[in-house]
Design a binder for this molecule. Structure first.
Ligand code: NAI
Length: 338
């Protein structure tokens, strides 16, 4: 089998080299789009990350592709309908670090609630004043958790350690969890109205795109905070920006941004002849405005990025590859719920 890896770091290449033998393997640190080699298109299996979008145009170039093993949980960067038409199986890494993402979620919450990043900026310049740095306790505050899947559940566990009051919304609730994890399911509208901090742990799809928009933000408590470690387009950037500027929202902790792919590729966006539209360019500018705001903390989509979390991703990717090579049932095959 020909296996081609993209989006890898040096240590990850070494990790795979020590574990894959007797196959035709190519390793690239670049994304699929940045890799200029015709040999990649003979791949039976490709393993890549979210930085390699797999839309129709890209898929057209791979003539014998059987498996896409994305090294991520989310698969919204892959055109699943096009894969189905071509009989390409897509598998992901469904479980590798609900604690990893949940821990980062609390990193963002505590950074905002206690102004840690602002205090750090100040002390790094040798200043020790308290001015404007008063924070708030998260104990007894209401945390609204959107999505009680793997990550959402772990967030609830941590929140209970902080003695927070937790409410959650999920269109596919698991009522038994309410007792074991000590929280209450409420409606989406009730969650918006009652939460001091709203944290998003849902997949990006057509029904969650811009779920947080001008209308939903209006229904939130004045001064509430939003945490998004899920996917950028779940939050409509312009409405978020306006609400943070007007004081309707008190702060935002964002590991993901609507235009993050363009930020990463900003040189290409600026210097190449490409079809970045007005709307996308506006989102890019809004992202930069967000990143400059005092009450916003942005991290570059790294909630998953701990040594333990990434090692589990690599191991699960090996399982996915060998499930196909050794003709076993593919355990992490993505089945899209419509
Ligand atoms: P999961 O599939 O275990 O749980 C998702 C939950 O969201 C499910 O319970 C589902 O019923 C619920 N849901 C779906 N639509 C909803 C809606 N409109 N409102 C409320 N709940 C809704 O997924 P998991 O593992 O918890 O991951 C969640 C998301 O986190 C992923 O889809 C991915 O996009 C993102 N993620 C981000 C990472 C990062 O590094 N920033 C790393 C890993 C995942």
């Amino acid at each position: 089998m020909k296996i081609v890896f993209f989006d890898l770091e040096d240590w990850e290449v070494e990790y795979f080299q020590k574990r894959i033998f007797n196959q035709d393997v190519e390793y690239y640190k670049t994304s699929i789009q940045e890799t200029h080699s015709d040999t990649i298109y003979n791949a039976d299996i490709i393993c890549s990350f979210i930085f390699s979008p797999l839309g129709k145009q890209t898929l057209d170039k791979f003539k014998k592709l059987k498996l896409i093993a994305t090294m991520s949980t989310g698969y919204d960067h892959i055109d699943m309908d096009e894969c189905a038409k071509r009989n390409i199986v897509v598998c992901n890494v469904p479980v590798y670090g609900e604690n990893t993402v949940a821990e980062h979620t609390f990193g963002l919450i505590l950074n905002l609630s206690r102004n840690i990043y602002k205090a750090y900026n100040r002390t790094s310049k040798g200043k020790f004043s308290y001015d404007g740095l008063i924070g708030f306790d998260i104990k007894n505050k209401t945390l609204g958790v959107l999505g009680t899947g793997r990550i959402g559940q772990h967030v609830i566990r941590i929140a209970k350690g902080f003695e927070m009051n937790v409410v959650a919304y999920d269109p596919f609730p698991k009522p038994e969890l309410q007792k074991t994890l000590d929280f209450k399911y409420i409606t989406f509208e009730e969650l918006l109205a009652s939460s001091d901090i709203i944290t998003i742990h849902i997949p990006l799809n057509s029904s969650t795109y811009h779920l947080i928009n001008r209308d939903s933000i209006q229904k939130m408590k004045t001064g509430a905070m939003i945490i998004n470690t899920s996917r950028g387009p779940i939050v409509e950037t312009n409405s978020l920006l306006e609400a943070l500027g007007s004081g309707k929202l008190g702060g935002a902790g964002l590991d993901v941004l609507e235009g993050e792919a363009m930020i990463k590729e900003e040189k290409a966006v600026l210097h190449q002849n490409n079809d970045v539209g007005r709307e996308q360019m506006a989102t890019l500018l809004q992202d930069y405005a967000l990143m400059r705001m005092e009450n916003v903390i942005v991290t570059p989509h790294l909630a998953f990025y701990s040594k333990e979390g990434v090692t589990r991703i690599l191991d699960a990717t090996l399982d996915n590859i060998f499930d196909l090579i050794e003709n076993r049932g593919i355990r992490n095959k993505v089945v899209v719920k419509k």
